[in-house]
Design a protein around this ligand. Structure first.
Ligand code: GRF
Length: 216
């Protein structure tokens, strides 16, 4: 069967992108990373992608007068690579409403909290300030509302006494690297459906859309 063509948008380190690339290197993985696009030329993830033999492009938002013009060029680049699904991986640009509408149901994001708690920036600081004992990450479809689209799957980790933003981020990031390739596999296998803003994943065990990792 043809593999699902995925375009990954990054702005920085690209460790989630690397996790997707690594998963897609397995011959039986149902998705392939068709291109990686960064809005920043200095994103470290670009080099990782190039080393893995993946096409990369830099489209700097600074070269555009407004968000939508930038978004339309990013979309055109994705289409040139015949991308069918967009995966945001640390892409630090707020999209104009045009982009999530254009890619509606075909764009996913990973966010380092158990949404709807703690959307936006400084996510671990928000979690520590709130005193939650459980945090994690969420993979969701992207809608025009920031970090608010239909949730596909989550991974939970404990928040431990003495945690800092760094230790909590690192614990969550390890789960991000498990969760994102897993969800991408389900989508590529055609198991994921959205109706009325809620997601169902067919033919997985009942608890499969929640990973829980109690280890520190
Ligand atoms: C991750 O924590 C991701 O959840 C968030 O931004 C961070 C990106 O890290 N959206 P990386 O670039 O994938 O290493």
């Amino acid at each position: 069967m043809a593999k699902l063509k995925v375009g990954v948008l990054i702005s920085g380190r690209g460790s989630n992108m690397a996790a997707l690339i690594q998963a897609a290197q397995a011959s039986d993985y149902p998705a392939e990373i068709a291109c990686v696009i960064s809005n920043r030329a200095d994103a470290a993830g670009l080099e990782t992608a190039r080393k893995a033999g993946i096409s990369t492009e830099v489209i700097s938002h600074r070269d555009y007068p407004d968000r939508e013009t930038f978004d339309r060029d990013v979309s055109a680049a994705l289409e040139r690579h015949r991308v069918e699904l967009v995966a945001l991986a640390g892409f630090m640009r707020i999209q104009s409403p045009w982009f999530p509408e254009r890619w509606s149901g075909r764009q996913i994001n990973i966010h380092p909290s158990l949404l709807p708690a703690f959307p936006g920036l400084h996510v671990q600081r928000q979690a520590l300030n709130a005193g939650v004992r459980l945090s994690g990450c969420t993979v969701h479809f992207v809608t025009p509302d920031l970090d608010a689209g239909p949730i596909i799957a989550q991974a939970a980790v404990p928040v431990l006494a003495g945690d800092t933003e760094e230790t909590l981020s690192a614990r969550i990031l390890r789960q991000e690297h498990r969760l994102y390739p897993l969800v991408l596999r389900w989508i590529a296998e055609g198991r994921v459906a959205v109706a009325g803003g809620r997601v169902t994943v067919r033919d997985v065990s009942p608890g499969a859309t929640l990973l829980f990792s109690p280890e520190p």
